[in-house]
Design a protein around this ligand. Sequence first.
Ligand SMILES: Nc1ncnc2c1ncn2[C@@H]1O[C@H](COP(=O)(O)OP(=O)(O)OP(=O)(O)O)[C@@H](O)[C@H]1O
Ligand SMILES: [Mg+2]
Length: 613
Amino acid sequence: MKQFGCFRLDTGNECLWREEEQIALPPRTFMVLRYLVEHPGRLITHDELLDALWPETYVQPQVLRTYMLELRKLLGDDAAEPRFIQTLPKRGYCFMAAVCECAEPERGAGPSHARDGARAITKGIVGRDEELDRLLQQMALAACGERQVVFVTGEVGIGKTALVDAFCHELGAEWSVARGQCVDGFGEKEEYYPMMEALGQLCAPGSGDAAAGVMARMAPAWMRALGRVHDTATVTNTERMPGDLCAALEQIADDKPLMLVFEDLHWADPSTLQLIVALSRRRAPAKLMVVATCSAGDAEHPQRAMRQNLLMRQLAAEVALGPLTQSAVRELLNRELAQEKLPQGLPGFVHQHSEGNPLFAIAIVEHLIARRFLVRQQRDGALEWQPAGPIEEMEAEVPDRVAQMIELEIESLSADEQRVLGAGSVMGIAFPAWAVAAALDEDQAAIEEACAGLARRVHFVERGGQDELPDGTRSEFYVFVHGLYREVLYRRQAATRRAEWHKHIADRLGVMFRGREWAVAREVAMHREAAGEWAAAAEALRHAARHANASGARDEAAALLDDVHRLEENAPGANGSLAAKDGTNAAGEGTNRQGHRKLQIVSEKLDEFWTGS
Ligand SMILES: Nc1ncnc2c1ncn2[C@@H]1O[C@H](COP(=O)(O)OP(=O)(O)OP(=O)(O)O)[C@@H](O)[C@H]1O
Ligand SMILES: [Mg+2]
């Protein structure tokens, strides 16, 4: 563990400690802080940080500013008089505080059987010891009569269900477990849908007879709704009263502790949500625990407000799942491939392209096998998975299964929203609203509104920050939380449409930087190239080379001319001649990924513009 000031960075559990207080950090924020703390006392350039955190992915450095803001807030640091993070304008950051190694903390909060249990269950899943520990600690409290409500949160495929399954598996026969699945679209149609499913299990004929007896006595309307009361004359009031059900569940839990699991709460109906609130607010002792999984999802969904409200009042706890570490991905691969010794470089490759998401990691492995990048070969008398060629050359395209899943999510959005995200994907993993507005030839304010709505509702787009444009106006920018989303969005656009969007963005850059076109020459060239305007792309670079030459920046001029030559070599048409093609080529297909990495970054240019350099 690394210590600085009154903080300790816990790399094992990916959190921060202030004295005895544990501070949970979002995964990326943690990674940024970790990089800073592990490289104290020296300049860390924007490029170094971006390369370390988003290798192979084009990310605009504004994104870093957002993380620094967040970290400063957490550390109580002041940008004007920094104690921890110093900004070195236009260059990067320096972590100023002295950092030393310190011992791991005693993890003794939970009951011992809970901690032992966590070790036992990790066999089924990898890298979630800490989260399992937390669930088991809550369970131990519930077993003593302190009712618990826990939300297990995280992005799609991060392993919420797998974690809860492993946890429930550990409970054994000491607990009754009843599950209810929330289903997209059922909320409006069927009140209490997941609750009724759970009650059906709890009161199942045979094993649930005792529970059914309590329910019939204390919450008959609920039993009637389950179709389990035959003598309807005895049920005078048919309305399902939440209070009746809460009291009955508490009574049932008195005989045997009760675990209610609700899956995908982001699809729950309002009545089920109110019932969970009611359960969490009742003060009588009850050996009752509610575990609900939910993705960050739609901010306008009442689930989010309800969850935040309970968390704020400390009536519920949250177990937030972040990405798996590389060593956890290695373990996952050991398990998936049933092989102890893995091909060198494979865990790193899968970790990088899945960004630690287990669903994506598994899909990538399946994809590598399906495409025969991984094959089974005899080695020392046994069959072993081996790469068919060098790992670095394996294609990192989006696996079909992931692409289909992402496609489904995208298709659930309106046509306008799909267009906005599609146009955003043209810019890269982070996209400013002005560029989307330019691509679609629409009003920037309307685009910002649409993006803000998307960021609230879909889990894969986040607000990144704000830029000041050369004309003094401001523009929001947004970030795809996972590179695979950007990739799928980009690839699903027709080539002609992408070409048109790239062209519009290049035109807009020209207008924005009129008189200083050289400052964004590479960005403009990339968009022109992707639009099939090869000659215009080369001209933008030549113009910048002439400017660099005139300003005495010979190396820069030479580098720009190298790019012109690369363009000429790659340009379609007679032997590399720069015969301008119309915008019907593959719009940057193939070149886009490398192109993005090499590009000068518009935001940097904006910074320079404002600092007058
Ligand atoms: N920690 C883990 N170790 C091993 N495999 C895991 C782990 N977490 C998840 N998986 C596997 O990854 C896949 C996706 O996990 P899971 O379904 O639990 O994700 P989720 O967060 O519930 O997704 P959704 O948001 O779609 O409900 C499953 O095949 C699961 O078995
Ligand atoms: Mg799930």
